[in-house]
Write a protein that binds this ligand. Structure first.
Ligand code: G3H
Ligand code: 13P
Ligand code: ZN
Length: 333
């Protein structure tokens, strides 16, 4: 049993309290490899932003669970080396799908876990989320649970159709599970294809596709039911057109990739939404930069040659999100 406190990590409790009161959101960035982690830490250290490092089940399978945990521990030391005196870094399990997986993460030094039982019937979701919360809270590890189902299909996270969170259920759910934060469904979804073109309208000025707005009415209803309770938005990549174009220009094939407009995320961050999950935008920035570099430098074969610009591009993207979308810069001096 390793406590995250010995590793210099923090749970989400204080982060969320300040974020809800301050009208901003904490970035939750997924990582699967060293370059993503470096870029996240460089961006957070440079902007003095609290940050949540997210590890999914897929990331653990890809990179090795133990290695990822040690990388997160190293990230705290690295952040200090970069001159960030008091790093506020949380290590979080993203979309935990069983009690055993959540327990394993608590036991190996995660400071926060998500139990995603949202696809189960209501009472079963409550029972499993409560079981995880009861265990995690013994070690002061915070717990995110989910109510409502996001649309979209992405690797191990899938749901045939979305169901918005029902505001009339949230008090009962939060009270009976004892969760510390609640992931809700208000129109976001995972991956780079969040909407079909036929769901969008076309902006007459720019010719760009404009997706339907998030269900802010549902979000506000939930806020009214649970005043000050931390709300989480998954599936919040904006799928920047410049990265989609970069991928496509240099040999990729990502037709009609559409994300959540950043103005809407900015608006959500000002509400009780205090954790915004972003993974796909990092994938797009990395892949776009690698494709561009290799197309322009066909003789290069040292991975450092193409991973360095990829890391730079991700860092730029993370800083943009922190400063211009979430507003979490300067909140962890
Ligand atoms: O919400 C899902 C995250 O983007 C993680 O995706 O399961 O492919 O690692 P993954
Ligand atoms: P995106 O696919 O929109 O980046 O969502 C990531 C996410 O929700 C991770 O849990
Ligand atoms: Zn998610």
């Amino acid at each position: 049993m390793v406590s995250y406190k010995e590793l210099g990590l923090v749970n989400t409790r204080e982060m969320f309290k300040k974020a809800v009161a301050g009208g901003y959101a904490i970035p939750a960035f997924n990582f699967n490899n060293m370059e993503q982690l470096q870029a996240i830490i460089m961006a957070a250290a440079e902007t003095k932003s609290p940050v949540i490092l997210q590890v999914s089940k897929g990331a653990r399978n890809y990179a090795n669970a133990t290695l990822l945990r040690y990388m997160a521990e190293g990230a705290v030391a690295y952040a200090k080396e970069l001159g960030w005196e008091h790093p506020q870094i949380c290590l979080h399990l993203d979309h935990g799908d069983s009690f055993e997986l959540c327990k394993n993460c608590v036991d190996m030094g995660f400071s926060s876990v998500m139990i995603d039982a949202s696809a189960l019937p209501y009472e079963e979701n409550i029972a499993l989320s409560k079981k995880v919360a009861d265990y995690a809270h013994q070690y002061d590890v915070t717990v995110e649970a989910e109510l409502g189902v996001l649309a979209g299909v992405e690797d191990e996270v899938s749901a045939e159709e979305s169901h918005y969170t029902r505001p009339e259920e949230v008090i009962d759910f939060a009270t009976r599970t004892g969760c510390d934060s609640l992931a809700i469904s208000v129109g976001t979804s995972h991956g780079a294809y969040k909407f079909k073109p036929e769901q969008c309208t076309r902006d007459p000025k720019t010719g760009k596709l404009v997706p339907p707005p998030l269900a802010f009415d549902v979000l506000h209803e939930i806020e009214k039911k649970l005043p000050g309770f931390p709300i989480v938005l998954h599936g919040s990549s904006s799928v920047p057109q410049e990265y989609v174009d970069m991928c496509n220009k240099y040999g990729g094939n990502l037709p009609n990739a559409i994300g959540i407009p950043e103005e809407q995320l900015r608006e959500a961050a000002k509400s009780a939404v205090c954790k915004i999950n972003i993974d796909s935008d990092s994938r797009l920035a990395m892949t776009g930069a690698i494709r561009k570099h290799l197309a322009e430098n066909p003789s290069h074969f040292d991975p450092r040659q193409y991973l360095k610009p990829a890391r730079e591009e991700m860092k730029k993207m993370y800083i943009h999100k922190i400063v211009n979308v979430l507003g979490s810069d300067g909140k962890a001096e």
